[in-house]
Design a protein around this ligand. Structure first.
Ligand SMILES: *[C@@H]1O[C@H](CO)[C@@H](O)[C@H](O)[C@H]1NC(C)=O
Length: 310
């Protein structure tokens, strides 16, 4: 499989990116200052710091999601975890600030046990700070990257109908069938359904050559790609495998292999082929990349790597 260098990072690394969006590129209005991407179940740190770097222990800051939901509130020691009501249900007991960091002008929060529903646009505001009402924005993308499953639905001696399924992904994955050479195969239109903010994608293709086939699911937004492989053995290579077996066994004996022997091997090849097929079926669920190691809720790893800040 062809992968870009970033795809060779560990899957956890892939999703643990904080990307900086370039806002100068012709956009009017306000885009997010920072993009935070994490795998589902892990924690996300949303960074925020006022421009003049003052001590904010005695100040007020408010985090909101999508312009309305209150995520976290802090006012001179009173906060969402100790007496301030109004925090949205969705975030109850999951959002914390960093008390020791306030003196360093750091109003970042951590959201624990993230779910895809936490994805969205967050604002961090300092209504009473100069310059007037500073607001910072953070886009959070919580990805769910389940592995595809591949099945050989039906097979004749000439073709096989392969199906790939990706269940419960977010954001919507692009799903493709590829052959061993990495070429994208012609496939039917993918069937995509959405339930509870998750995407279910089924993609079928008919193949008529012996090869290793790969179903590749790509989620560009979270820089993630995963694939599963299936081996299909069809009749097209009977003659090739017959000659191949004949030649290699001939070499092995270091002698002259008679025509009759080759012919006998041709018969053998057919049954070997059947056995290979059986074995490859058994193998077909082992040839996989490791799944995205979604963190157990509660792990304390910092998944956010700051790749730059605006
Ligand atoms: C704010 O504090 C958090 C938690 O310690 C840290 O991860 C983050 O890098 C800090 N941000 C800045 C701008 O110092």
């Amino acid at each position: 499989m062809k992968t870009s260098p970033v795809m060779k990072m560990s899957p956890a690394g892939l999703l643990s990116l904080v990307l900086c969006l370039n806002l100068s590129a012709g956009t009017s209005g306000h885009g997010p200052d920072v993009l935070v991407v994490v795998p589902e179940g892990s924690e996300a740190i949303l960074p925020c710091s006022p421009t003049n770097k003052e001590n904010i222990v005695r100040k007020l800051f408010i985090w909101n999601k999508d312009g309305q939901k209150e995520v976290f509130f802090y006012d001179a020691g009173i906060d969402s975890t100790n007496g301030r009501s109004g925090q949205d249900e969705q975030f109850r007991g999951r959002v914390f600030y960093f008390p020791n960091q306030l003196k360093n002008s750091n109003a970042s929060i951590v959201i624990r046990h993230t779910t895809t529903a936490d994805s969205g646009d967050y604002t961090c505001s300092f209504p009473r700070l100069q310059p007037e009402g500073q607001i910072f924005t953070v886009k959070l993308l919580v990805g769910a990257a389940p592995e595809p499953t591949v099945t050989n639905l039906n097979e004749t001696k000439d073709w096989a109908l392969l199906q790939c399924e990706v269940r419960g992904a977010f954001p919507e994955p692009k799903v493709q069938w590829r052959n061993r050479a990495g070429n994208i195969l012609h496939a039917e239109e993918p069937k995509v359904t959405e339930r509870g903010g998750r995407f279910y994608v089924t993609l079928q293709t008919t193949v008529n050559r012996t090869d290793h086939y790969q179903c590749v699911a790509t989620q560009e937004e979270i820089n993630h790609q995963t694939h599963r492989e299936i081996f299909v053995h069809l009749n097209d290579q009977l003659i090739e495998s017959c000659l191949g077996v004949g030649a290699s066994i001939g070499f092995w004996f270091s002698g002259v292999v008679s025509l009759a022997a080759v012919q006998a091997l041709c018969f053998a090849a057919a049954s070997i082929r059947r056995r290979i097929k059986k074995r490859s079926r058994r193998r077909e669920n082992k040839n996989n990349e490791p799944a995205l190691p979604l963190k157990e809720p509660g792990t304390e790893d910092r998944n956010n790597i700051e790749a730059g800040s605006k």
